[in-house]
Design a protein around this ligand. Structure first.
Ligand code: C2E
Ligand code: MG
Ligand code: MG
Length: 743
């Protein structure tokens, strides 16, 4: 049995030990009595809240909420519940003695007496300012980000939340563009005029707190902005702000560049306290998140609206922008021009120098197009090498002046992969309101006009005319019809004899394609061959010609008709096909013909697209043993060097030289030089388009050996040709027989 004295002593020891251990914990602890007065606070409490023991003992714990009535009411309710016997855990913002606020986790437990009445309440306080700040701010800001709020409203919310926690500060977030210019993003607590004045200021070594922080890339604290030299330039501005101190911290983006500044303004001369530092740390983190999301949004926008290669608006965005401009222009009753720009021979550059160089060229051209624009104009890339310019408030005359400048700028040689490349562009122009009232039709007209320009002369421009539209419609109709003809049996070949001028004997024949349209009747090759080339049908057409000609020759041979060889015409485009020789070889074998039975005619145009591929195809043909004739020789524009370089077997003197032989001395001089070239290079020259005996005689006198033309025969369908050959050979035999008899 312990005495009362002994019990008292033990209780005292117990209290001391308890008190020591409570004091040793980092947490703040206090005890409230049944009347709601503080009767005990530990050392941690003194440390945490900065109050001396004697200041708080006997007071209500509600004094810590003195400044915030809402929190105070809430705390009052909590206290009542505690006295009702319920323990409680809350987190609350509490002011320290010096006014600084802390976020505390408050855990309260009632202690009961023997009768079960609440005798005391033990309260344990833990500082959770850091985690809680992050949590509260993050909750709000991420919520706003998830709701897809705009950058401005997210950042404004961030400022407001921070200002709510620390009402003594105003928050300002500025963005810093890559050129080092400041733009206010959010600053709800600062006067609007103040923010407006900051817009466009540049960063520098003494540009207030933010400009300097961005410049140095480190936080800048100015505790007295009216006297600090960093603010020297901005005294008037500082007055406008109504603040005395400013602490600014740079915000770096993912790439490490200072993309923004995050600043706290204070009403008195002072620096940040630990809460402010926590707030800024959390704020910067969220600000970065919002900026990064904005950047991602922008890049998605760029991807959706801009062409990745040139950075120009893509088709959809261009059209949308153009429609908007069109509305404005229509309202003003002004004019507008749409230019469709297509680079000439871009494909050749791509083939010859490679795709990377092609891309580079497109970038250079896009830059040039951009450089000629006025502020109100727009340019976009439609696809490949096609660009569109929309020029509001420009009439036909103004456009012409503009075009001259544009074409000059475009034609300046560009250095691509170390090579100087000269590119021209064909441009089609349509005008609002004459040619169309909406973008779709204006673009369509400009496109048609561009085709017209290209057809007349590459590197030229053409305005859209109603006439052209008709031509385009017709072209479309013909294209469809040609596809049908190729798939069905709308095409046939005719054959024109080639004869030895001296003996008159048949040496070969040229196969020429004919198209009889169901309603339009005969359509000339000079119309449908270019059409087939433009709409991608030329390979199919040439394959059909090859097969038809070979099968016909094989049939004649089987029938015993002597046709020494057949010439077919191919388009320069066919020579882009690296399998051409193989294709011909297969067809010859199928028909049991020899390579020497076939001659391929092609114009000098084949050499214009002188990609390595074309020259190799020519060599492959030669290796196969098929002859290659240069058609319409003398009318081309290329140098004659290729005659030495490439395995050519024959030249065909163009019909235009033969036409005027009898009347025009210069024609005679030209045909003479062509046969000279042929003789010099040991190449036979076939004279085309001989219509009269006189022409034949002149050509013979000049040394031509083979001729072709209406004088001998017009091109004939296969049956008529066979009859011609039989009659011709019969006549020939009769002649020879007569000669034999006479001798
Ligand atoms: P080309 O190969 O130079 O064919 C000669 C053209 O002159 C043919 O016109 C022929 O009918 C015409 N001609 C022949 N002798 C005379 C004459 O004495 N007087 C006149 N005034 N003309 C004569 P066509 O058949 O209209 O062909 C025109 C061009 O179309 C051809 O010129 C050729 O470049 C091209 N072409 C014709 N058929 C084909 C083909 O199957 N494939 C390809 N790729 N082109 C073809
Ligand atoms: Mg020909
Ligand atoms: Mg010809």
């Amino acid at each position: 049995m312990i005495s009362g004295e002994e019990a008292e002593r033990l209780k005292d020891i117990e209290h001391r030990l308890l008190s020591m251990s409570v004091n040793a914990t980092r947490s703040a602890t206090c005890i409230v009595d049944a009347e709601g007065h503080l009767i005990y606070v530990n050392d941690g409490f003194v440390r945490l809240l900065g109050y001396a023991r004697e200041e708080v003992i006997g007071q209500s714990p509600l004094i810590f909420f003195a400044s915030d009535t809402r929190a105070k009411t809430y705390a009052q309710q909590v206290l009542e519940k505690l006295f009702g016997g319920q323990s409680n855990e809350i987190s609350a913002l509490i002011s320290k003695r010096n006014g600084q606020r802390l976020w505390l986790h408050v855990s309260s437990t009632p202690v009961f007496d023997h009768q079960g009445k609440v005798e005391n309440i033990v309260i344990v306080l833990t500082d959770i300012t850091r985690t809680k700040l992050h949590e509260v701010l993050q909750d709000k800001i991420i919520g706003a980000l998830l709701k897809e709020a705009s950058l401005e409203s997210v950042l404004t919310l961030l400022c407001q939340e921070i200002e709510h926690i620390a009402p003594e500060v105003a928050v300002s977030i500025l963005s810093v563009d890559p050129a080092g210019i400041l733009h206010p993003l959010a600053s709800p607590g600062l006067p609007t005029d103040y923010s407006r004045a900051i817009e466009g200021l540049s960063i520098g070594p003494a540009k207030g707190s933010c400009g300097t922080a961005a410049y140095r890339g480190e936080p800048v604290l100015v505790t007295d902005i009216h006297h600090d030299p960093l603010w020297a330039e901005f005294r008037a501005l500082a007055k406008l702000s109504g603040f005395q101190a400013c602490w600014s911290v740079p915000v770096r983006n993912g790439a490490g560049r200072v993309a923004a500044t995050f600043a706290l303004y204070f009403r008195e001369c002072r620096g940040p306290d630990p809460l402010h530092m926590h707030l800024v740390t959390a704020g910067i983190h969220l600000c970065m998140l919002a900026l990064e999301r904005e950047e991602a949004r922008q890049s998605i926008r760029r991807m959706a609206f801009y062409d990745a290669l040139t950075g120009l608006p893509n088709r959809n965005f261009l059209l949308a922008q153009a429609e908007r401009i069109l509305l404005e222009v229509a309202e003003e009753q002004a004019e507008l021009a749409v230019l469709f720009v297509d680079l000439d021979r871009f494909k050749q550059v791509n083939d010859a120098l490679g795709h990377a160089s092609g891309d580079e060229l497109l970038q250079v051209m896009a830059q040039r197009l951009r450089s000629v624009l006025r502020e109100s104009d727009i340019v976009g890339r439609l696809s490949g090498d096609e660009f569109v310019l929309v020029l509001p408030r420009m009439n036909a005359t103004q456009v012409t002046t503009f075009l001259e400048r544009l074409m000059m700028i475009l034609s300046v040689p560009a250095t691509i992969a170390g090579t100087a490349v000269v590119v021209s562009a064909s441009i089609g122009i349509s005008l609002f309101p004459e040619d169309g009232r909406d973008m779709e039709s204006l673009l369509h007209c400009a496109d048609i006009a561009m085709y017209q320009a290209k057809r007349v002369e590459r590197g030229s421009f053409s305005f859209f005319l109603e006439e052209m539209n008709k031509i385009a419609q017709e072209r479309l109709m013909l294209e469809t019809a040609l596809r049908k003809a190729l798939a069905g049996d709308g095409l046939h070949l005719v054959y024109q004899p080639q004869v030895d001028l001296r003996s008159g004997r048949l040496v070969g024949a040229e196969a020429l394609a004919r198209w009889v349209h169901p309603t339009l009747d005969h359509i000339a090759p000079s119309r449908f061959i270019p059409l087939a080339e433009e709409c991608g049908l030329i390979n199919a057409l040439s394959q059909w010609v090859l097969r038809e000609a070979c099968e016909q020759l094989a049939l004649w041979r089987r029938e015993g008709l002597v046709v020494p060889s057949l010439s077919i015409n191919l388009s320069p485009i066919n020579f882009h096909n690296r399998n051409l020789a193989e294709l011909i070889d297969r067809q010859l074998q199928l028909c049991d013909l020899q390579p020497r039975d076939l001659c391929v005619e092609v114009t000098e145009g084949v050499l214009l697209s002188s990609s390595a591929g074309t020259e190799q195809t020519i060599r492959d043909l030669h290796a196969l043993g098929v002859r290659l004739a240069i058609d319409d020789f003398g009318t081309g524009y290329s140098s004659l060097g290729y005659l030495r370089r490439l395995p050519i077997s024959e030249l065909k003197l163009d019909k235009s030289f033969v036409d005027d032989l009898e009347r025009d001395a210069s024609c005679r001089a030209l045909s003479e030089s062509v046969i000279g070239i042929g003789k010099g290079l040991c190449l036979p020259v076939v004279a085309e388009g001989i219509e009269h005996a006189a022409q034949r005689d002149i050509l013979m006198a000049q040394g031509y050996e083979v001729g072709q033309g209406y004088f001998f025969s017009i091109p004939l369908p296969s049956k008529a040709f066979a009859q011609w050959v039989m009659a011709h050979e019969a006549g020939f035999r009769a002649e020879v027989a007569g000669e034999v008899r006479d001798s």
